[in-house]
Design a protein around this ligand. Structure first.
Ligand code: C5P
Length: 302
């Protein structure tokens, strides 16, 4: 019988972004958060994180020192101290597990900050999962999930690894959706970001709002693989507030609607997306948009 090899002391992980295909705000909660019904999809845009186990108990984080990432405006403003969700995730895992180990972490950042793409949340999810293994902490899924919730609302979805899920509560009660299809589109992202808390504050919600939306038709279409006309079933309650706070969002939504025929903000923005019917159409749309704008334009697939 082959013996299991020694645990590796270096691991690499891909940290994906998400978009919200649907987001309804059901009301305000007593804890200050909002009750949501949202449909999230994991997209193929990702950051790459490299972890190396160390013995000194310290967490050191830096940006990849070479290549396009260093010069990229994407990483401008990315904190490398205790504010960073990677460092915070590592710290809560150290505390929970009692490990004396540390880590050197290098991140190649591709997902823009403050874009509604959950780049930071994805980083936290892969940090929990990868260091749990690298440090041999042995925490189970439910303990990792509780740590995820202590760090942010979107982290559970990215921790589950599902492609599409319906998320309720703060966004952290995750029900994966059976989905065999492929969903294509283009992200258009301004260099200005949106602060999530500010967008929620700008939102005017009436409890029991008359025009409350439900994702049932979208979920049926996704499950049955009916991708045509899907954009008409997507919805985001935060869109108006996101565009009101940030004129770039308003401008991009108009440009996408004009060029692609559909447009929606993801999460609280500032990234917007349009769905297309194929990967080829997404590439064509992306090159058309790139010739007309300085915003970041990224074709994606779920
Ligand atoms: O949970 P997360 O740290 O991602 O949330 C950032 C901010 O967004 C919160 O501080 C809160 O103001 C707002 N938020 C909310 N309701 C949610 C999720 C986030 O009000 N369900």
């Amino acid at each position: 019988m082959p013996q299991p090899g020694p645990e590796p002391d270096v691991l690499q992980a891909c940290s994906p972004a998400k978009i919200n295909l649907f987001l309804e705000v059901e009301g305000r909660r007593e804890d200050g958060y909002h009750e949501l019904t949202t449909v999230m999809g994991r997209v193929d845009l990702c950051d790459i994180l490299n972890f190396r186990r160390t013995d000194d108990g310290r967490i050191r984080l830096r940006l990849a020192a070479s290549g396009e990432e260093r010069a990229s405006p994407v990483s401008a403003g990315f904190p490398l101290d205790g504010q960073n969700l990677i460092v915070r995730a590592a710290a809560v895992l150290q505390e929970q597990s009692g490990t004396a180990l540390g880590a050197d972490i290098v991140v190649a950042k591709r997902i823009p900050l403050q874009a509604g793409l959950a780049g930071g949340s994805g980083n936290a999810a892969v940090t929990l999962r990868t260091l749990n293994r690298l440090w041999n902490c042995g925490l189970d899924e439910s303990s990792l999930g509780e740590l995820a919730d202590s760090l942010g609302s979107d982290i559970r979805f990215l921790l589950t690894g599902s492609r599409i899920a319906v998320c309720t509560g703060r966004g952290n009660r995750v029900r994966p959706l059976p989905f065999c299809g492929q969903l294509h589109g283009v992200l258009m992202i301004p260099f200005s970001g949106n602060a999530t808390a500010a967008v929620f504050r700008t939102l005017r919600t009436g409890a029991g709002q008359a025009d409350r939306r439900h994702p049932a038709a979208l979920l049926r279409a996704l499950q049955e693989g009916r991708m045509q006309g899907l954009s008409g079933l997507c919805f985001n309650r935060l869109q108006h507030a996101a565009a009101e706070l940030n004129p770039d969002v308003d401008r991009i939504l108009k440009q996408l609607r004009h060029t692609a025929g559909n447009a929606m903000v993801t999460g609280s923005g500032s990234a917007c997306f349009a769905l297309t019917e194929s990967a080829r159409q997404a590439r064509l749309l992306a090159s058309r948009l790139r010739s007309r704008t300085d915003d970041q334009v990224i074709p994606f697939c779920i």
